[in-house]
Design a protein around this ligand. Structure first.
Ligand code: KG4
Ligand code: ZN
Length: 388
């Protein structure tokens, strides 16, 4: 695995002699950012003694863990911008190609940060801290965001905040009203992870259940692939499921004890059913696409909701959220609301743009870390691993 040297890594375009004096940047893009239009932002005010005082905390956050390059500006916990560049290049390969993802991040990161600052009407000089996704994810993708954030932190002499991507998905629920009260439960369902998290406070998050094999997003994407749908298949299954009968086909559901999940059995069950049917009728998938999508989606949602219900029973907590890319699924969103009504839960679902990968969730998490004084040193390395 790639690792940074433990010493401070200085980007070539920052001349060393300027490291400890006024920052002079020779790279045109950074010079553009930092260079620095020194106009005072509206948030700044002149204090009684005539000096400039900033009344608010502004954070610039960068997300680059997989195939979305995103930047967000957040001021005192309020999201002012959330720019997301999705990498279409992977579609033709049926999945994310790590090397291509890293290259696309390198191309996107400057314009995306630029757009986030413009949309927020903020100057880089008015930013108080730089946040980035430190883990988990594709290491090459993480490295781009991490190195850029470290460079900005060094150049601007502003603190650096390292954010865990899965914790950020959970805290996406704190971005806008209505917000859950602590403690709350969050079912985090993404392309790489499926977890039930017990949130004691913004920075005290406990995983009480997780998948032992595939993630829910993978179950969507792999089933979609078997149905001949392009990557990422989750949103397409969602779309076609709306026109299908969810009870048309029955797929195996796992019997895993406790609050853990398993989705590899479902994948095999879908594969074997399709193989059997296609042998008899080569047009089977085409003729039954909507019903197949609806049935796969129903099964995944049923597996997820059964465990979430169990978690509420075990903990007695009735503040229940969902998060992660799969929480954009319309069937899951409806199911959560229905369970909420039936079992007397208070339910919370982030807006669509905060479900799939985005920097706003990194920014809100960084805001709580800023308040707690939880800063990272420049020697910090990103890591592909998920532990927190
Ligand atoms: O959180 P996310 O954007 O990236 C990761 O951190 O993995 O999640 C991506 C996953 C993919 O598997 C994608 O197919 C799935 O979220 N997804 C959906 C929907 N939108 C995104 N799955 C089902 N229905 C959707 N509407
Ligand atoms: Zn994610």
């Amino acid at each position: 695995m790639l690792k940074f040297a433990s010493s401070i890594s200085v980007p070539a375009y920052i001349s060393k002699q300027n490291l400890f004096g006024p920052t002079v940047l020779s790279h045109p893009s950074l010079a553009y950012f930092c260079g620095v239009n020194n106009s005072i932002h509206p948030e700044e005010k002149v204090s009684g003694n005539g000096s400039l005082e900033k009344s608010k905390t502004a954070i610039l956050a960068i997300e680059s863990s997989c195939d979305e390059t995103s930047a967000s500006v957040c001021v005192d916990g309020k999201i002012l911008s959330n720019i997301i560049a999705t990498q279409a290049v992977h579609e033709q390969y049926g999945g994310v190609v790590p090397e291509l993802a890293s290259r696309a991040h390198i191309q996107n990161i400057v314009p995306v940060i630029d757009a986030a600052l413009s949309a927020a009407n903020y100057q880089l000089s008015a930013i108080d801290a730089i946040a980035f996704t430190q883990a988990p994810g594709l290491i090459g993708s993480l490295l781009v965001g991490a190195q850029f954030a470290k460079s900005l932190s060094l150049a601007l002499d502003k603190p650096l905040i390292a954010v865990h991507h899965m914790q950020a998905h959970v805290l996406a629920n704190l971005i806008a009203e209505p917000r859950p009260a602590f403690p709350f439960l969050c079912l985090t369902v993404s392309g790489g992870h499926t977890q039930i998290v017990l949130a004691h406070s913004p920075l005290q998050l406990e995983i009480i259940g997780e998948t032992i094999d595939d993630a829910a997003g993978e179950a969507f994407d792999k089933s979609a692939k078997m149905l001949g749908l392009p990557y990422p298949g989750g949103p397409l299954i969602d779309k076609y499921a709306k026109q299908g009968n969810a009870k048309a086909f029955k797929f195996a559901e796992p019997q895993i004890p406790g609050l853990n999940f398993s989705f590899s059995g479902l994948k095999t069950s879908v594969l074997y059913s399709l193989q059997k049917e296609v042998k008899n009728n080569p047009a089977f998938i085409e003729e039954n696409l909507y019903d197949l999508c609806a049935s796969v989606q129903y099964t995944i949602i049923h597996i997820l909701m059964k465990k979430l219900k169990k978690a509420t029973e075990q903990t007695g907590i009735k503040q229940v959220c969902i998060a992660g890319g799969v929480s954009a699924n319309s069937g899951l969103r409806i199911a959560l609301k229905e369970y909420g009504i039936k079992y007397n839960w208070q339910t919370f679902i982030p807006a669509f743009e905060y479900c799939t990968d985005n920097a706003a969730m990194i920014a809100i998490t960084a805001y709580y870390k800023y308040l707690a004084g939880d800063f990272a040193g420049l020697s910090i390395s990103p890591t592909a691993r998920a532990e927190w």
